[in-house]
Design a protein around this ligand. Sequence first.
Ligand code: SF4
Length: 266
Amino acid sequence: YFRQDRLPHIWCPGCGNGIVLGAFARAMEEMEMNQDETIIVSGIGCSSRATTYLNFNTLHTTHGRALAFATGVKLAEPRLQVFVFMGDGDATAIGGNHLIHACRRNIDLTAIIINNNIYGMTGGQYSPLTPTGKKATTAPYGMMERNFDLCALTKGAGATFVARGTTYHAKQLTDLIVAGAQHKGFSVIEAVSQCPVSYGRRNKMGTSLDMLKWEKENAVHVKTAAKMNPADYQGKFLIGALYQTEAPEYTAAYDRLMDAVQKGEK
Ligand code: SF4
């Protein structure tokens, strides 16, 4: 599934993007995804470079607009399986409006949002997912705003499948991507990842390995949490399939509406 002609990649040593890409490739393999029936769309940023290394039909688009392009692709060709790669800044700042409306429409796309808490490629600016108090080039004394909880945000906006994984739990991340792809409707998989260069170095988080250990120590699986007292995992974050429900899918609803219009029922 990889394009050998695009290697070596441009990511920094220890970057989590490659782990997410590996999890994605294993999910494609597990589902025996047809390369001609699948399209992968991305915006701009370190994580959005992922599409350029994949041997699929890909669309590397503009900053924050990956979901708008993906929506157009899905409406034109509903038979295609459409995946969207975004980073935290791309998805929730510049593309924040597209994100909430894709959730609301429940269009059958699978969004993989790599959350490394910062704009890596463009110079280490804070994003809406940079935790309060953490440093960025645009927050030299620490981020003073509150950050979004991406999963709570997308669930609240209407996404019908919401999951969170990490680069430490790579096998589980593959399983979550498979589950999201098999869900009919808008699915969001947040992949908590490490940016040791723009984020980790600035916030004295140690090496990439130290950041992976932090993920291991701070992630609590939702099934484990169900057996715990909430006070025992306060300050940590939940991983796993957090939410799933059924709702009319946009392209199917559109087809039904057009059918009714043609029959003169509308
Ligand atoms: Fe990865 Fe950060 Fe380097 Fe970008 S700046 S490639 S996110 S480590």
